[in-house]
Design a protein around this ligand. Structure first.
Ligand code: ACO
Length: 436
């Protein structure tokens, strides 16, 4: 018998089955052969929250959570963050290889030409309340782009797909900046095609009456690095949503909006906003031990700590810490950094966190940088969504071109009633009267 197989004996029938093992994985569908009789549906696997289920094959991002390794298309994140621009990395993620000079020039040119938004988007944005959460504005506005580009529904046309990918990468900063200016009551700023991706975003955020916005190069590079770090992260919650919604052949705008909605949750991308709230609540270094004790006693979580995949230091958090030092040389040191460093120090020495392998994740330090750059915490997840759009679209495209993929549709273990007798209204037990 070949070695790369799994042999299972079903003790109900004493029958033995052998299944191939490929890349440390067995196929869940093989288990359906395991039956007690011809009427039996066959065995299923039960895996709430996908703790141990591979839902796809992917060649985009590699993570080794035990060793704290992250690579896009084979390149270590540290190397990309040091040597590349965000659009260079976006090209790599979408196409699979780093661009040469001409390819990067053309790609940059094309993305830059898609930064303008249709004028109706302004009217749409004006409809939001002044205090609407920027993430909710972003999700709704991205979905609304579906009404502007109905041709995007032709998802099987490779060129059409690519056009929408470029549009979305180009327009995301414009929508994000609009939502920011809306919440401040400032007029919207049009993109400036002379500027690079991060600089142009800063221009749309912060330009006031000066004729030409000039971005601080250290802050622009820091933002670009943060974009690189957030560009993809294999099958995370929002990428899984992008694949799942996309598997029903929804258009890329609605698919991206759905993924962004998942990102907004505090257990996912929304954690960076929660970290700042937590650091505010802690207030000073002296209060850290009491806060950690509270968490260990089961009252809340240490936001920005823990990860489904990383059981070691998140490699992105290391780069963010380094980037924070560069930013603080321009903006001055954010005093919250000292509270965060103390929190990390105490948590990493504590048995509770050591035993559970809980380390700082990407969200732990990013908010401190964003705040030093003068962003409000409500904007933090929006800043995450801009680069992650690249990952969502690469995952979406990979899913659509994978002949093994179909509409995503899990099974369930039904725990409800067996068939019940219907009772007409007059025979149903009367409910207690509703309280005033
Ligand atoms: N603080 C305190 N305890 C924690 C934390 C935390 N941040 N995270 C996990 N734990 C504990 C759990 O209570 C659990 O303890 P138990 O075994 O005694 O029940 C154990 O560690 C395992 O945690 P799970 O919740 O089972 O781990 P899971 O993989 O399901 O969750 C998650 C991962 C959601 C990221 C979790 O660690 C968490 O909620 N962290 C805080 C939110 C956060 O920072 N999210 C951002 C993640 S990165 C990203 O999405 C971009």
């Amino acid at each position: 018998m070949a070695q790369d197989t799994l042999t299972i004996t079903d003790n109900r029938t004493n029958l033995t089955y052998s299944f191939p093992i490929e890349k440390e994985t067995v196929r869940a569908m093989d288990f359906r052969q395991i039956k007690t009789g011809p009427e039996d549906f066959g065995l299923m696997t039960y895996d709430p929250a996908f703790m141990n289920t591979a839902s796809c094959r992917s060649s985009i991002t590699f993570i080794d959570g035990e060793r704290g390794i992250l690579r896009y298309r084979g390149y270590p994140i540290e190397v990309l963050a040091e040597h590349c621009s965000f659009l260079e990395v976006a090209y790599l993620i979408v196409f699979g290889d780093l661009p040469n000079e001409v390819e990067l020039k053309n790609w940059t040119n094309e993305i830059t030409h898609h930064t303008m938004l249709h004028e109706t988007t302004k009217k749409f944005m004006e409809g939001f309340r002044y205090d609407a959460h920027p993430m909710a504005m972003l999700v709704s506005t991205v979905a609304a782009l579906s009404t502007v580009y109905p041709e995007a529904r032709d998802i099987h046309d490779t060129n059409n797909r690519l056009r929408q990918i470029k549009r979305l990468i180009g327009k995301m900063p414009s929508i994000a900046a609009m939502s920011y200016r809306h919440s401040l009551g400032f007029p919207y700023v049009y993109p400036d095609n002379d500027l690079n991706y991060a600089e142009n975003f800063m221009n749309m955020l912060w330009k006031m009456v000066e004729p030409k916005y000039v971005a601080n190069p250290v802050l622009a590079r820091a933002l670009d690095i943060l974009f690189i770090l957030h560009a993809d992260h294999e099958q995370n919650c929002s990428a899984n949503v992008a694949r799942s919604v996309g598997s029903a052949h929804a258009d890329p705008y609605l698919t991206t909006a759905a993924a962004a909605a998942a990102l907004s949750g505090p257990l996912h991308g929304g954690a960076n906003e929660e970290v700042l709230k937590m650091l505010d609540e802690i207030g000073s270094k002296d209060n850290v031990p009491a806060y950690v004790k509270k968490v260990k006693d089961g009252h809340g979580k240490l936001m920005g700590f823990g990860h489904r995949v990383y059981k070691n230091y998140d490699p992105r958090a290391k780069i963010i810490k380094w980037t924070a030092e560069q930013v603080f040389q321009v903006t001055g040191r954010n005093p919250k950094l000292d509270v965060a460093l103390e929190l990390e120090r105490i948590a990493l020495e504590d048995d509770y966190f050591i035993k559970r392998k809980l380390y700082p994740n990407v969200d732990f330090y990013s908010g401190i940088i964003y705040q030093a750059m003068s962003f409000k915490p409500e904007m933090f997840t929006v800043l995450f969504a801009i680069p992650r759009t690249v990952g969502w679209l690469a995952q979406w495209q990979e899913m659509l071109t994978d002949s093994e993929q179909k509409i995503a549709r899990p099974r369930q273990i039904y725990t409800g009633h067996d068939v019940r007798e219907f009772l007409p209204m007059e025979k149903r037990a009367s409910a207690p009267a509703a309280a005033d």
